[in-house]
Design a protein around this ligand. Structure first.
Ligand code: DGJ
Length: 544
């Protein structure tokens, strides 16, 4: 009898092992690849981040946050990007206070929200303003970066082992704490390591350590990366290296030439190494996806005038080589060049997430394009709690649509059956190809007969398109008109068989109006007016 039992137990345990392994691989949120995109997996399921970043100081008081939680819900935000402040978490060296993060996690759970932690550690917008007083006031132990003149700046040096070790220790304790209280619930879904790293007002640091490193040879690790990825390097870096003969041994100036650009490459390598060490130490304890964000540079502005050496497009290879523990290099949008920078950031296999964007008119359109066209894993305007009328926020109206469509977006993301459009005064029309169809997407104001057609400024319009069957599409967004054509030689004309507006209620499509007659221009197009938001299920057919 005992032997039968023991066999049965062995059999049962053997059955369980694969399940255990399966579940343990979801022991924390992870990033996975899906086709040409990435997905964030939370509690074992793909998750779309409809985010909002808090203003810098909001999360430093649980009381201050109290009226903010309902606002976030009213805007259909499902994730907050919320800082953890080193100075408040470790006010005395080695003594930690988790009141704020614990309170945020509990309140987020009560409101069914997720959190992306922003680690305001060594650097925040270049500066080291969130370093605790015991760091700031002990410059001998925790050295600052120096300018060429020898003057100090309130920026911790990336070349100091003491600085790194203090940050690493604190970050590790934070990640252990999050793991202990949160790995079951997975309220914390990602972590941003530092914030908008970048040297000011010089392109690189000039401490004795930095100067010595600058004279040394380019580290083998970076040279190896350059060689292995030679064909794929971003052209900005590849060309600079090629101009010096693509050498594989030499100091920084021999390899990349003399000048501010090389100073920046050098500094980027050491910022990335430092940040990688912080991320790696945190991941050793609790390996949630981690990313860094960049203050974007501008044309004709020199490194040091903009925060030099951050995770910028022209430095992607440097950051990827030196910071493999960082999963994504991401753009913060305070400039209008949304397409340009996203196109740059999706190079080098870098998954996209919009961690910050100015909370102003146009976010409600850009979110559709980011998720539809770039397969972004999410979107997050900055300082969303500042709204006075959360229930009327255009962003909330877009999030309300996207929260309903999340299952379809996550199902079709990365399969080539999803795309987006972004239109404004300059770009009034966009062509998209999906399966055997061409979608010509125009701005709603392009309809000659709408009263707004005479306006000279068009508000931004955005939409997402999901091809759910050979002849079936979901069209959702605001301010667009779509006509369909095909290259089918036998049946070259496309008709709209039917288009219905509707809503997903508890995940189930519930039809509203049949959008025929004036609402689809008697079968000629699908439209969602400017100032309105909608989801339509469209069925097409072809004839000759
Ligand atoms: C970008 C930073 O990352 C944010 O923390 C904030 O400072 C905004 N800029 C501007 O207010």
């Amino acid at each position: 009898m005992a032997r039968i039992w023991s066999k049965a137990v062995t059999f049962f345990v053997a059955l369980l092992i694969p399940f255990a392994t399966f579940f343990s691989s979801w022991a924390q949120p992870v990033l996975t690849r899906k086709g040409n995109s990435a997905q964030l997996i939370v509690n074992g399921k793909p998750f779309l981040v409809l985010g909002g970043e808090l203003g810098n100081s909001s999360a430093s008081s649980l009381e201050y946050m109290l009226p903010i939680w309902p606002k976030l819900k009213q805007m259909h935000v499902n994730t907050i990007l919320s800082p953890v402040y080193w100075e408040l978490m470790e006010p005395e060296e080695g003594k930690f206070d988790f009141t704020l993060i614990d309170g945020s996690i509990l309140n987020a759970r009560k409101n069914n929200l997720k959190i992306i932690v922003l680690w305001f550690g060594s650097w925040k917008n270049s500066m080291s303003c969130y370093a605790p007083a015991w760091v700031k006031t002990n410059q001998n132990r925790f050295p600052r970066a120096q300018k060429k003149t020898g003057d100090g700046v309130e920026i911790l040096s990336a070349f100091s082992a003491n600085n790194l070790s203090a940050d690493v220790k604190a970050f590790k304790v934070l990640m252990k704490h999050i793991r202990d209280i949160d790995s079951n619930d997975q309220t914390v879904i990602m972590v941003q390591v530092e914030n908008e790293i970048g040297m000011l007002t010089e392109a690189r640091e000039y401490t004795a350590e930095a100067n010595a490193a600058f004279k040394r040879e380019v580290p083998v690790e970076l040279m190896d990366h350059l060689q292995k990825n030679k064909a794929m390097l971003v052209p900005e870096l590849k060309d600079r290296w090629a101009a010096r003969g693509s050498i594989i041994k030499g100091n920084w100036e021999m390899t990349f030439g003399k000048g501010l650009e090389t100073d920046e490459i050098f500094q980027a390598y050491y910022y990335a190494k430092y940040t990688n060490a912080v991320a790696q130490a945190g991941k050793a304890v609790y390996a949630v996806p981690m990313f860094v964000n960049a203050a974007l540079n501008y044309k004709n502005v020199k490194p040091g005038e903009y925060p030099s050496a951050g995770p910028l497009p022209h430095l992607m290879d440097i950051w990827q080589a030196a910071a493999p523990a960082i999963d994504m290099l991401l753009p913060d949008f305070y400039n209008p060049y949304f397409r340009l920078y996203n196109d740059l950031y999706i190079r080098r296999n870098n998954p996209l997430f919009i961690p910050e964007i100015l909370f102003g008119p146009s976010v409600e359109a850009k979110v559709f394009y980011a998720i539809g066209h770039y397969n972004a894993i999410g979107f997050s305007p900055f300082s969303v709690e500042t709204t006075e009328k959360p229930e009327e926020e255009p962003l909330g109206k877009s999030y309300r649509i996207l929260e309903q469509l999340a299952p379809e977006i996550l199902q079709f993301g990365g399969t080539g059956k999803i795309d987006g459009a972004l239109l404004d005064t300059q770009v009034r029309q966009q062509d998209i190809r999906m399966g055997t169809y061409h979608l010509s997407v125009s701005h709603y104001y392009s309809l000659g007969w709408v009263p707004e057609a005479t306006k000279t400024e068009f508000p931004m319009a955005g939409a997402i398109f999901i091809q759910t069957g050979d002849d079936e599409f979901i069209v959702a967004g605001t301010g667009i008109v779509v006509t369909f054509t095909t290259e089918d030689k036998f049946n070259p004309i496309v008709g709209i068989l039917q288009t219905d507006e509707g809503e997903y209620i508890n995940g189930k499509w519930t039809r509203g109006r049949r959008m025929n007659g004036d609402q689809d221009h008697q079968g000629r197009h699908v439209q969602i007016a400017s100032g309105e938001w909608g989801i339509q299920h469209v069925k097409l057919y072809k004839y000759k």
